[in-house]
Design a binder for this molecule. Sequence first.
Ligand SMILES: Nc1ncnc2c1ncn2[C@@H]1O[C@H](COP(=O)(O)OP(=O)(O)OP(=O)(O)O)[C@@H](O)[C@H]1O
Ligand SMILES: [Mg+2]
Length: 281
Amino acid sequence: MTDQLEIADLEVSIGEKKILKGVSLTVAQGEVHALMGPNGSGKTSLAYTLMGHPDYHVDAGRVTWRGQDLLTLSPDKRARLGLFLAFQYPSAIPGVTVASFLRNIFNAVHHPKPTTDDPQQAAKYTGIPLAKFRRLMEEKMGLLRMDAGFASRYVNDGFSGGEKKRLEMLQMAVLRPQMAILDETDSGLDIDALRTVAEGINASLSPEMGVLLITHYQRMLNYVKPGFVHVLMDGRIVMSGGEELSHQLEANGYDWVREQVGLPVGTLDESGAPEPVGEHA
Ligand SMILES: Nc1ncnc2c1ncn2[C@@H]1O[C@H](COP(=O)(O)OP(=O)(O)OP(=O)(O)O)[C@@H](O)[C@H]1O
Ligand SMILES: [Mg+2]
């Protein structure tokens, strides 16, 4: 059965600050949606809220996925329901190798330790056999053209920006989520890496997987074709369209959107930084 992630009238704040003011968006399995919007408009906040980050307080609205009220579930339960987030700024975990990390998250999602009071039963738990997991990991590393040496490095420790993004995609390839939220997976990638990462995403696509692809750059969408493009601005999705919308944004910038939807033109984003639409990562 095809399921969909349904976000309805979602309002989110951090501390006193209201970030999302009524976001509504539906992403079905098998669909690729691109989410664009100026710096500070709340794209990452939306992604974190969907995964259950404790700093993001849901003031109103609903999110349903696979018949469940997602907002009541802990992040690990969300992951077990097939939700995946590739971070915009992945963290380093010194002391934990990539291989061990990946096997741990794979087990946590696909072979969770049974809850039992019987110590003998608990001791029997092994998760996926090591050799089987190695084969899976190496196959996916090949797909993303990652050097085998990566597996024994510490997670993101000393990784270049592009290597971090590849590791995010390796996690996705290994976990095979049904709903993947990719937060600026294209930023910081050189031209060849962008193509490789995009190929990795495309290879992971299936009728069982929905994708919410957060990006500033139309270029990524040349490789991973979105069926839908949305603009987040002023705490809401203010405009949606097909792939052509990303070209219009690239050509006209966000003031064009503001004009179209009746928002004040010429305002900078929250951080005051220039808007990078149309620039290169
Ligand atoms: N933990 C936090 N504490 C305080 N403010 C926060 C926190 N997280 C996010 N914000 C603020 O919320 C707003 C939205 O930030 P968010 O990171 O969601 O934007 P974004 O659309 O992802 O931007 P970018 O395109 O630059 O990645 C910003 O003004 C940001 O400073
Ligand atoms: Mg962001």
